[in-house]
Design a protein around this ligand. Structure first.
Ligand code: AMP
Ligand code: GLY
Length: 422
């Protein structure tokens, strides 16, 4: 089977790396891919938003499955685009249809969904920009810290935790004035949950689901969790503060009712679902749904799979996931992101990268890289993720940090404290 992966980040390189190991695979393509995906498949210069271009490529190259990495094309309805096309509709796409993608595409929708199905989440209220006075009055009745969220997709920048009422009011006005365009014309104001964050994942075919190992993401740019929020600067899997009993609670109180809700609303959901969780005492709360794998969580979760990913996705496509056995490695996985100096703010691109020889114990997953005339160059804020698996986190992290010493590019920045809190 020929497979097309949509996306260009570290998550997509990880998916491509794993899928490329499958005996079921014919040719593997990545659109648009990056400097690393080229070593496991063929990059094709089609943007993730170019549905017509993707359509043509799929038909011309006998693609048997499309795997969607990032959220934007899902929220824009790529699955519906395939389903509604008389020729394309026989090609399965891994990812939810538009109504399912709204779980990530609209925080207001996600919160209402959780309310309907009794899924634990923060107390909230939503306001549209014509209700500014009501929103301000509501804020003034709360106490700090204040959690404000732009309703729509805002590239991970749509959540503000304001420490003072003044800052909260300022943020609210900025959002309503269209800081993120339409995405912030509706604002969700939420109760602040104090606890420890973790991410849980399932792969579902709409009927049943498989639980993937949980992960912890390090979101802040600076050491000791300081500085601005990023897409993620490192990750670990499993999560030491999520024991069997806690994971069972997540399954019973969050995953099951979410699946029931999807079925109840007749949403065709075939793909990954990511639960961003806060552990408050012994209780998990959902702080967000993502309708895809995480990045950099994929870089620690997928390498822990012993069984095949393409095989799992094929089972999803044909709603036979009940007959698939998810086998996992016992090992602990750690990943650290190498970023361009300045990320998530301004940074320079086009810096030559030197990489050591490939090793079995460490995997380098590319993100913001590209190959030009045979040379590997930086091309984004998050440049690559270095992952290792070992019998414990400290061994895995030592292997990662040792490898990082051997990777070189101007402005190489990374957090040196991943895993230090555990
Ligand atoms: P999100 O984009 O929804 O992942 O939110 C970004 C970050 O804001 C999360 O990773 C949390 O650290 C924080 N956050 C979101 N919602 C809440 C909440 N209700 N209480 C406390 N922190 C939150
Ligand atoms: N690392 C967070 C995310 O993928 O949303």
């Amino acid at each position: 089977m020929n497979v097309l992966i949509i996306g260009s980040g570290g998550r997509e390189h990880t998916l491509a790396w794993k899928i490329s190991q499958s005996p079921m695979l014919g040719k593997l393509y990545i659109a648009p891919g990056n400097g690393g995906t080229q070593s496991v498949g063929e990059n094709v210069p089609i943007a993730v938003s170019d549905f017509e271009g993707i359509r043509r490529f799929v038909l011309d190259n006998q693609i048997g499955m499309v795997v969607v990495g990032p959220e934007q094309p899902l929220v824009d309805g790529i699955v519906d685009f395939f389903k509604n096309d008389l020729v394309l509709n026989r090609v399965p796409v891994i990812g939810p249809e538009k109504r399912g993608a709204l779980l990530e595409g609209s925080k207001d929708y996600a919160n209402r969904f959780m309310d309907r199905y009794g899924i634990p989440t923060a107390k909230f209220r939503s306001f549209t920009s014509d209700k500014q006075e009501e929103a301000l009055a509501y804020l003034r009745g709360l106490s700090a810290p204040y959690v404000l969220k732009a309703d729509g997709l805002a590239a991970g920048k749509g959540v503000v935790i304001a420490q003072t009422l003044e800052e909260a009011e300022h943020t609210l006005k900025e959002f309503f004035e269209g800081k993120f365009g339409e995405a912030s014309k509706t604002v969700v104001i939420e109760e602040f949950l104090e606890g420890r964050e973790l991410s849980a994942f399932i792969l579902t075919d709409g009927k049943t689901y498989k639980v993937f190992p949980p992960a912890k993401d390090y979101k802040r740019a600076g050491e000791k969790d300081t500085g601005p929020n990023t897409g993620g600067m490192g990750a670990l899997s499993p999560v030491p503060y999520a024991d069997e009993a806690f994971l069972e609670k997540i399954r019973r109180e969050i995953i099951e009712p979410t699946m029931n809700g999807l079925k109840e609303e007749r949403i065709d959901y075939r793909g990954f679902l990511y639960f961003g969780l806060m552990k408050v005492g012994d209780q998990p709360y959902v702080i967000e749904y993502n309708v895809r794998m995480g990045d950099p969580e994929a870089q620690v979760v997928i390498p822990r799979m012993h069984s095949g990913l393409l095989e799992a996705m094929d089972a999803v496509a044909h709603q036979r996931l009940d007959s698939y056995t998810l086998e996992l490695e016992e090992d602990y996985a750690a990943t650290v992101i190498l970023a361009s100096q300045g990320y998530p703010g301004k940074y320079e691109k086009g810096k030559p990268i030197t990489l050591p020889e490939e090793k079995k114990e460490v995997q380098v997953f590319h993100a913001g890289t590209k190959k030009e005339h045979g040379k590997l160059l930086t091309a984004g804020g998050r440049v690559m993720a270095v992952t290792a698996l070992a019998a414990g986190f400290s061994q895995a992290l030592s292997a990662v940090y040792r490898e990082i010493e051997n990777i070189d590019f101007e402005g190489k920045y990374y957090r040196k404290d991943i895993g230090h809190d555990l």
